[in-house]
Design a protein. Structure first.
Lengths: 332, 332
DNA sequence: TCCGTTCATGTTGACGTAAACATGGCCACA
DNA sequence: TGTGGCCATGTTTACGTCAACATGAACGGA
């Protein structure tokens, strides 16, 4: 900066003003400084700027590494929304979904140079983690339980599960089986509870839950399990990957979808429309979730104390070809 | 820091020494300082540290937003490897794969506080982009053409395409059709060239290339195209997503896989083993690519000038159920 | 006992930037 | 013509940390 100032024949302060686009600089001076900056290849030093201003213009994102379609999409929209708001994204990965690694990740986070953080981690890990977030650091929590300490942005899981279950009931199925995600997952339990509530509200029998772990392999196992049960005509899978595994199990057994059994997923992965058959599913607006998260966080960083609040993002039913009328209805 | 020093009754320099784990501090003093740090909730200021040392301990990653399975996996392994090496990751997203957005992203990158950068972008965008990388900034390029200015880490695309093509020839197919990725993609053209070379080396006819754009939808269109051609018994898809689209087109037309036509993919997505039928494909070691990239970059940052060099990561054939003997062979 | 060495700890200054305050020229209005 | 105010620009200083040098106590060997 001093070099630029000397080269342009002005003071460093003037260079600083030009660099920050402040108003009160003579156009001629500004041009001279800009020319010198270009010529000397000047780049403002972020560290010095941050040290002086106390602002890093950086947001930390802590998440289970991009193992899932949803996380990946969320991260994508977070990073784009942050870039638009003039913030960088620092990624703090959690190597494995264990308490130990979550705690480690939060420790790394604590020594980061960030103005605020986005937490995209299963709630029970966060609460159990030996977390010492720097006081006063703005935080927003995504896809987790409601909290009274931080704002939360979440997909309306209950609405989605209800849409899925109701869709199948509307097609004439007596009841709907559910292949749920792991019981320690907040999303999984919310979807499961809403599925159950929807069945009960309709006065239907609630079949036992088949438990998976979000992977296609667990879906496949669940599918084999379901094949051995009587009267399974409709299955609501906790996510699209498990739905894919279920479809595979049904194919292998020669069980026709949707003629004999309907399958619905949750997420609407990019590939779901090309599954065989194309998967009826619940579309999640991960882009909206990420964007809203950043908006809330930036408001917290730049504005006043944001009130802890929960922002719900809607879901939408996408009907494709893996769901159809119940077999008995068809016969009638 | 001054508060901690006062509280512990030492100088700030001693606090600094404790904070950095330097050797020459009396154990009793160290404990006293640590206690004060804890009590006052002291966190070292990264900006000041970076300003003083000239090191940010941060690596920038510029990539087309996590649109593809491969990018996502690569980013995952990059972030974990970086964390292990004591570096943070700053993500610089490219909103859309256009020249304009790539240039914008590089502009943002230039004002980042990073010690080095990983470029995960199609080569032709990088060369055409109006890129002014800060001089002397260590760089590693992933999944791109060889360069003489920066080290490159790349999957051995040629080997993978050869494995795929040869696998189908070995099964008795007369030739192998190819659904390629976009012609401006470096990976796509390398796979295509290797497929062609393998066929020619075996003295087989080289069918016209069917062009896709990596998406399942384009694979579906390619599949419909292939259905109208004569003598298609083996298809090598440029990636698993297009393979999925092809499978769907074949299913809809009642063409049996692999009895009537074999399909092989490239990537080995997490879901590929649950496609119907489970997809034979080429497994890419994205984890190794990311990890190697960070190793090379960190060596460049911390060590001497790394010689520009290309690191090849091997691929591997994963045989599942979407490929089988050629129909004519079966009849014989 | 004296001097040199070692080691724990303290003092000073600089990294690059920008806020706060200072300066001096110019213009408008009385 | 004098005076007050505005505006472009300059000067000073502090942000938090750590390298370099300074200090002084303790200890060992002659």
């Amino acid at each position: 900066m001093a070099d630029v100032a000397r080269h342009a024949g002005v003071s460093t302060q003037t260079v600083s003003r030009v660099s920050n686009g402040l108003s009160n600089v003579e156009p001629a001076t500004r041009d001279r400084v800009l020319a010198s900056m270009r010529e000397l290849g000047y780049r403002p030093n972020r560290a010095a700027r941050a040290l002086r201003s106390g602002q890093y213009r950086t947001i930390g994102v802590i998440m289970f590494t991009l193992s899932s379609f949803g996380n990946m999409r969320t991260l994508e929209s977070i990073s784009i929304a942050a870039a638009r708001a003039g913030y960088s994204i620092t990624l703090i990965p959690v190597e494995e979904p264990t308490q130990e690694h979550v705690t480690k990740a939060f420790a790394r986070l604590a020594e980061q140079a960030v103005d605020g953080i986005v937490i995209v981690i299963e709630a029970h890990f966060v609460s159990q983690a030996d977390v010492e977030l720097p006081e006063g650091l703005p935080v927003v929590v995504i896809d987790s339980s409601e909290r009274d300490d931080y704002p939360v942005v979440d997909t309306d899981q209950a609405m989605g599960a209800q849409l899925a279950t109701q869709h199948l009931l509307d097609l004439g199925h007596d009841t709907v089986w559910h292949v749920a995600g792991p019981s320690d997952s907040y999303s999984a339990t919310r979807r499961e509870a809403s599925w159950r509530a929807t069945l009960e509200r309709a006065g239907r029998a609630v079949p036992p839950v088949v438990r998976g772990d979000w992977t296609t392999a667990s879906g496949y196992r669940a599918g084999i399990d379901l094949l051995q049960r009587e009267g399974v005509t409709a299955v609501f899978a906790g996510n699209d990957q498990m739905a894919l595994g279920i479809l595979r199990a049904f194919h292998e057994a020669g069980r026709r979808v949707p003629d004999e059994v309907s399958v619905i997923g949750f997420d609407d992965m990019a590939e779901s429309d090309s599954f065989w058959p194309p998967l009826t599913t619940i579309h999640q607006r991960f882009d909206v979730v990420g964007q809203t998260g950043i908006e809330v966080l930036v408001a917290e960083i730049e504005g006043q104390q944001a009130l802890p609040e929960t922002f719900m993002v809607e879901t939408r039913l996408v009907v494709r070809e893996s769901t159809g009328p119940a077999p008995s209805v068809r016969l009638a």
